[in-house]
Design a protein around this ligand. Structure first.
Ligand code: CMC
Length: 429
């Protein structure tokens, strides 16, 4: 039997269909609510509102599980590669051998960026935050690749997607190189995705860059962990921007902008800064008290999540990866890691964090790991963005294939002035 939900307004009942997903909560379809009742609904922060149907990622926040196209994300992180996962997110299946050959070669063909983009970088002040540069240069791709901007053309959409996933690491590495005054390093297509990113970031023209396989594998895992996370702030921003029909590069650059905030992709930078500020295990209780104080805006960065009310599964893999990286570089006893481990232990036993179901999220250990790999904290969010480009594009592609896709246009509860008369300046007191 089809489920329905009944809403009663002023004694009159209205029935609405209840939609069932594959897994997860049922969803009341209120599309016709306004037409039938002249009422809107309000849900700031989208706590109870689904903005679309999607088949890409599923999070079970209570259990602390995350699946990409039905595969446990942590299993993919251990067994798959980032580029395979991108194929999975975009197409719904892991690539067959034939598909892999065509697809991975095509991505390699697109790793270089238009040579003139170099001069675009030169317009930025040295020392600019790499995210400031990236938000602009990704949008600027629409000026450099105008032959893949028609969103109504399936082939152009495919090329734009491949161009972005291939070129975003090149642009992120260039943003870093520019900020430290080193020459840009061209991609090397004999390397895999993460190896290539490491050599473009840390290589210099004067020396051959030596790949450390433990670190490149760790980076690949980190990319997989960050690849998608259903309708978060940046993904929803991309969908809303794209719903106007704007070109793909402009849509994806809006994701970069939204991701940058400290409550979202900027939390990894903020979490490491916080751990450094704590500095020593003996200072932890003071910071725990600050986080619990209602009158203090301080929050434990890298803790809490809108959806996870259990341990973030990404944080588990990230913690393990962190140990692997620190052991590889001979820093097993890193002081900041000791602070993080102790802080987690204390917070997880504290009533405040238990009652509010606040657990470490992915950003808690990612900063320490990336820092140990040699990335400065300003590169943490760009790295998140490189990986999340996969998810943004998956959602962007899905949106264009959805026959229900319409321009996004939220309503509001207007609480401002009622219509009033304009007074000339001379008549205003
Ligand atoms: N430290 C201390 N208290 C917290 C924290 C924290 N990290 N997170 C939430 N709370 C408290 C919050 O003050 C609120 O208390 P009360 O009910 O008394 O007002 C309660 O827990 C619920 O929190 P909320 O802010 O209403 O929850 P939200 O779903 O709106 O926000 C969040 C989720 C991730 C923005 C928030 O937990 C937070 O600000 N965490 C720190 C920033 C962070 O680590 N962000 C990375 C998120 S994971 C990466 C990503 O996917 O972007």
């Amino acid at each position: 039997m089809n489920k329905k939900a009944t809403i009663s307004i002023d004694g009159k009942n209205y029935d609405f269909p209840v939609l069932e997903g594959t897994v997860g909560p049922d969803t009341i379809d209120i599309t016709k609510l306004y037409a039938l009742t002249n009422n809107f609904t309000i849900d700031p922060g989208f706590t109870s509102t689904a903005s679309c149907e999607s088949s890409i990622t599923y999070i079970d926040g209570d259990k602390g599980e995350c699946y990409y196209r039905g595969y446990p994300m942590d299993e993919l992180a251990e067994k798959s590669t980032f580029l395979e996962v991108v194929h999975l997110l975009w197409n719904g299946s892991l690539p067959t051998k034939d598909e892999w050959f065509e697809y991975s070669e095509a991505i390699k063909n697109h790793t270089m960026v238009h040579e003139q983009m170099k001069s675009f970088f030169n317009g930025f002040r040295r020392g600019s935050h790499p995210m400031a540069i990236l938000t602009s240069v990704v949008a600027a791709m629409s000026a450099f690749y105008p032959d893949s901007t028609d969103v109504n053309d399936l082939d152009q959409r495919k090329i734009a997607a491949r161009r972005m996933i291939a070129k975003v690491p090149t642009l992120a590495a260039m943003a870093y190189k520019y900020s430290i005054g080193q020459p840009f390093i061209y991609p090397d297509n004999s390397l895999d995705y993460s190896e290539n990113f490491l050599q473009m970031t840390f290589g210099v023209p004067a020396e051959k860059y030596k790949i450390n396989k433990v670190l490149s594998r760790a980076l690949d895992k980190i990319f997989i962990l960050h690849a998608d996370h259903e309708q978060n702030a940046s993904t929803s921003t991309v969908r809303l921007a794209a719903s106007s029909g704007v070109n793909p590069f402009a849509s994806i650059s809006s994701g970069f902008t939204s991701l940058w905030g400290p409550l979202h992709g900027g939390a990894n930078e903020a979490a490491l800064n916080m751990l450094r500020e704590i500095g020593d295990v003996k200072n932890i209780p003071k910071f725990i008290e600050k986080a619990k104080d209602k009158n203090d805006p301080f929050k434990l960065m890298g803790f809490g999540h809108r959806v996870y009310k259990n341990y973030d599964p990404r944080a588990k893999v990230m913690q393990k990866t962190c140990h692997e990286v620190l052991s590889e570089i001979g820093k097993k006893d890193d002081k900041i890691l000791q602070v993080a481990l102790e802080l987690e232990k204390i917070a997880l036993k504290d009533d405040y964090f238990i009652e509010k179901k606040l657990y470490p999220n992915i950003d808690f250990y990612s900063g320490i790991t990336l820092n140990a790999m040699g990335f400065p904290s300003t590169m943490f969010t760009p790295l998140f963005a490189v990986a999340r480009t996969a998810g943004w594009i998956a959602h962007w592609k899905e949106m264009y294939l959805d026959p229900k896709n319409r321009i996004g246009r939220p309503r509001q509860l207007y609480i401002g002035e009622k219509p009033r008369k304009f007074l000339e300046l001379k008549d205003r007191s």
